[in-house]
Write a protein that binds this ligand. Sequence first.
Ligand SMILES: [Ca+2]
Ligand SMILES: [Ca+2]
Length: 230
Amino acid sequence: MKNIMNSFAFGASASFSLSVLLLAGSVAQAEDAKNLVPLELKLPSPGFKGTPKDIQLSSYVEPLSDKPRPAMLVPAGLSNLAPGKKLTSSDKNATADTLGKVIDGDKEASDQSIIFLRKGTQWVQMDLGAPKELFAIVLWHAHNSAKVYHDVVVQASDDPDFVKDVKVLYNNDQDNTSGLGVGTDREYFENFDGRLINAKGVKSQYIRFYSKGSTESSLNEYTEVEVYGR
Ligand SMILES: [Ca+2]
Ligand SMILES: [Ca+2]
């Protein structure tokens, strides 16, 4: 009988601690919800003008908009975590110096601002050094001409090999040609805005950016990645 009483007392106290934790979590969330601010981005100069040339498009490409993108609301006090972080790639010919250009702050449309990775499904991976809460990611492949990148998939994980605990932040590979799972996001024209991705506060140490060529070339281009978190 004593044992039963003990385990009851333990159970009650554990569930009390859990409630306190959940309450603390929701208080923090409520605090964040009160302090949401528009995410301020510094955009590069537009790289091309006019409507896209006659190019073959998927049925799930988003029309190119000429309206300013609405700002994303994020918790106050975030910063871009990307500068200085370690980058690796599926393309072993890409040196650390080359990959460094993806986080050097230069997101212009000029030739010197763009790096090239080989054909096929390729990725660039960022190691944040420790798990971070991620809220917004901005990705520029190359906006020197009107083109649409294929199989844009952004994943977060605490596993550097992306085998387990993989969280999908974006996936527009609706026909699953890269085999990472059927995406539900849309393809889009690259432009100076970059692609703004809502990471919804997921906590992860590694982020992987996949692509599989564009309507212009089977090579993969990367210009800049920004990661807003804390
Ligand atoms: Ca850059
Ligand atoms: Ca595809």
